[in-house]
Design a protein around this ligand. Structure first.
Ligand code: PGA
Length: 223
């Protein structure tokens, strides 16, 4: 699969923001699947600057930690701070995975599916919180986070012991039903896993490799 390398984080952010902007302008009633983490922050900043009309848009976040949603590091707090509170999107249109997870799946299906899914990639090849070994057919479910993910994400918390150990994540099967997928990766520590996932063996040990089976995926990288 083609990996497009961009010159800077700013270019990565504006390139993916352009895709989101085009989607919202072409189809105001779009359903987006959205990521959290450090990589998409610049893209959200770009989108806010552009003052787009989000009033018809419906969002589904890819994953949430199992933790107090009011904690500043919850993904609900992240989305409010980085996007939702700074656009005209309706809070009722913003969905996060919840239990029973089948009801979250029903919500996606009831909205006729995801038009555009933006993904990051973890250093162990996870997409959303589908850790290595996740079934390619998996649906939204509770996931135990791997040691690697907990250590990677400890930079957002005071102590590694404060990192939640479980999350609810959209499944790989759920993600693969998105009409279009964009994966963004930032930093040379992601380059090896990105190459393995996009051009190596398609295996459940590398969850992002499932994207090789999708016919509309764009992959953007900057170091
Ligand atoms: P990051 O996370 O953007 O914070 O590197 C990516 C991910 O784990 O999916």
């Amino acid at each position: 699969m083609k990996i497009t390398t961009l010159k800077s984080y700013e270019e990565l952010s504006s390139t993916v923001a352009n895709i989101v902007e085009r989607q919202l302008k072409k189809q105001p009633l779009s359903k987006l699947a959205l990521p959290t983490g450090s990589t998409p922050r610049g893209m959200y900043r770009e989108l806010i600057k552009r003052e787009l009309d989000w009033s018809h848009t419906i969002t589904f976040n890819l994953d949430v930690y199992l933790m107090n949603v009011n904690h500043p590091e919850s993904y609900q707090s992240y989305m409010k701070k980085n996007l939702f509170d700074r656009t005209n999107i309706y809070p009722d249109h913003c969905h996060f995975p919840f239990r029973p997870t089948s009801a979250f799946e029903d919500k996606i299906a009831g909205s006729m599916g995801i038009d555009l899914c933006i993904l990051g990639i973890g250093s162990n090849g996870h997409i959303a919180f589908n850790e290595p070994g996740s079934s390619f057919l998996s649906r939204t479910r509770v996931m135990d986070l791997t040691e690697q993910t907990i250590v990677d994400n400890s930079r957002f918390f005071d102590d590694v012991g404060d990192v939640p150990t479980q999350a609810i994540t959209m499944g790989l099967g759920t993600i693969m039903e998105s009409k279009k997928i964009v994966l963004m990766a930032n930093g040379d520590h992601k380059l090896n896993i990105l190459n393995v996932a996009m051009n190596g063996e398609v295996t459940e040990e590398v969850p992002a490799s499932v994207l090789q089976n999708h016919d509309s995926v764009k992959v953007f990288y900057c170091d």
